[in-house]
Each structure stands twice: as structure tokens, then as C-alpha cells.
Design a protein. Sequence first.
Length: 95
Amino acid sequence: MNGKQRIDVWLFRARFVKTRAAAARLIAEGGARIVHDGLARRLEKPSVEVEPGDALLFPLRGRLVAVRVDALGGRRGPPAEARRLYSELDADAVA
């Protein structure tokens, strides 16, 4: 898939959360950040769109997760398929 995708949909399809509602809650609670075209900003709405090349930084289960969006998912597939949607990054480098 090319183009853009809502952050809540991407988090769900990349299997970071179990539901889109959980993704929306994660973003609404604050602390999630996106780096797009070299500019970092806080995510405030689940409707923010991500595209390949963006970096994300968000709290998840007591740790800080930093990933680069490598692809957009067309569905919530098995873990191996979801793992191809992102690359892990060093959280300190993104923050």
C-alpha cells in the first residue's frame, strides 16, 4: 500500500494494540510522538496520518517504543506479516 494511513489503524494492524479503540486511548492519553519530515510533534488525535518513513515514539506496557513506519498494512494479519510494517529504533535517538 502507498500513501497514508490513520495512526490508530496502523497501530492496530502492526499489532501494537488489540483494538483500534485501544490505539485511540493510547494516543489520547498523551506521550505519543511522530517525526515526519524531520519535524517532531505530539500526537493528539487518532486521525493523524502516518506514511512510510515516519518515526513513532509511544509508551506501551511500561516501556518506550520507537519504530519507523516501513509500510502500511492492508489488514491485521499474522505477527510475521505485521512485523514487516516497521523497524525498531533506539528510543533515545528519536526522543
